[in-house]
Design a protein around this ligand. Structure first.
Ligand code: HEC
Length: 143
């Protein structure tokens, strides 16, 4: 019993140590993705679409901005201004040309040779959520 308890104590100590020494690992991958409330937006019934149905929609910009802040900003930067660990999403091509690629990328993430550079959001986001974020990013676009 005594041994068991000291093993437990050692385990919980190392768990604490792991948590305190790896804030970077947390920043890169272990934050729980947040679902997005899109009730205020017109529902998408015939998806998946290849063109953003919300382009320029102010409500979609608001919903997308909040969703971006909760799910993407930790890697792609607050306000979509990249700090360098992931691409700057203000530079994405706008308009129909970039839409299909955006949807594909957000659904599938970026996983190569078993390494997750970006998690897949396909099982977490509704199509409405993906296009709301796209609409937000279009609104902060820079050449
Ligand atoms: C864990 C960090 C992380 C999170 C969270 C994350 N991304 Fe990424 N994202 C990356 C990295 C790293 C890349 C570059 C991947 C590569 O090397 O292929 C990337 C690439 C992209 C690209 C392609 C950029 C290009 O120039 O081709 C898009 C679009 C994108 N992310 C959108 C998003 C959106 C939208 C969210 C939130 C829903 C998000 N990402 C969340 C790390 C992240």
């Amino acid at each position: 019993m005594k041994t068991y308890r000291s093993i437990l104590a050692a385990l919980s100590l190392s768990a604490v140590a792991t948590l305190t020494v790896s804030p970077l690992a947390l920043a890169h991958g272990n934050v729980t993705p947040q679902t997005v409330d899109t009730a205020a937006l017109p529902a998408i019934k015939n998806g998946p679409l290849t063109v953003n149905p919300y382009r320029g929609n102010k409500k979609a910009i608001d919903v997308g901005s909040a969703a971006y802040g909760q799910n993407c900003a930790r890697c792609h930067g607050l306000g979509a201004v990249s700090g360098g660990i992931a691409p700057d999403l203000r530079m994405l091509p706008t308009g129909d040309d970039g839409d299909e690629y955006f949807q594909m990328r957000v659904r599938n993430g970026a996983i190569r040779n078993g390494v997750t550079y970006m998690p897949a959001f396909g099982d977490i986001f509704s199509e409405e959520a993906i296009w709301a974020i796209r609409t937000y990013l279009d609104s902060v676009h820079q050449e």
